[in-house]
Design a protein around this ligand. Structure first.
Ligand code: SF4
Ligand code: SF4
Length: 180
């Protein structure tokens, strides 16, 4: 019988806390957001081919699309790199601007980055993207602190290059593998 990995358990608690914060504080705001992330400006959406094909309603093969893109005749908002596609500076075709909703919201085809944004667990810490106007950093820290308990301290730090990306690191707790 294997023992539970304590670091992994904390990561799961953080992921659950991030998800519940999104449900409680972010998603209700999306329909009235003044700068929806789904307009993809300034955000960049990372897509696998299958996601691009479905969301952009492409009926050609991947090879044909790649040739079109390389010849400069593809959608101007799409770039490709390392086997992935990146959409930027044009509204996502799955975004219903009239209702402020996503047409693929409950579908597996929705890109992972859409579910993660703006608050997600990453390698035992929480990342918060303050470009989302619904994120209240102070309230988020309190939310995470309540979820993981008083034995942990939360240290916040902003990314040097992209200061709107804030990391909430968790220290203490006395669990093996955790810092103090
Ligand atoms: S930026 Fe935030 S509040 Fe606005 S649509 Fe995106 S997730 Fe919702
Ligand atoms: S797939 Fe949905 S959530 Fe993601 S950018 Fe498009 S409309 Fe927004």
């Amino acid at each position: 019988m294997s023992r539970q990995n304590p670091r992994r358990s904390l990561a799961k608690e953080l992921a659950a806390a991030a998800a519940s914060y999104q449900v409680a504080a972010v998603i209700p705001h999306c329909v009235t957001c003044s700068k929806p992330c789904c307009r993809l400006d300034p955000l960049v959406l990372e897509l696998e081919w299958k996601q691009l094909k479905v969301i952009w309603l492409l009926d050609e093969s991947r090879n044909a699309f790649d040739r079109r893109l390389a010849s400069g005749k593809g959608p101007e908002e799409i770039r490709s790199a390392d086997g992935l596609y990146f959409a930027h500076r044009k509204v996502c075709p799955a975004y219903d601007e009239g209702h402020g909703t996503c047409r693929v919201y409950d579908q597996d085809i929705k890109p992972a980055g859409c579910s993660d944004f703006p608050v997600y667990e990453d390698q035992g810490s929480i990342t918060a993207d303050l470009r989302c106007e619904a994120v209240d950093l102070k309230a988020l820290v309190a939310w995470i602190a309540r979820a993981i308990g008083p034995e942990f301290r939360i240290i916040q730090s902003a990314d040097a290059e992209f200061p709107f990306l804030v990391t909430l690191s968790v220290k203490g707790g006395g669990r093996p593998g955790q810092g103090r």
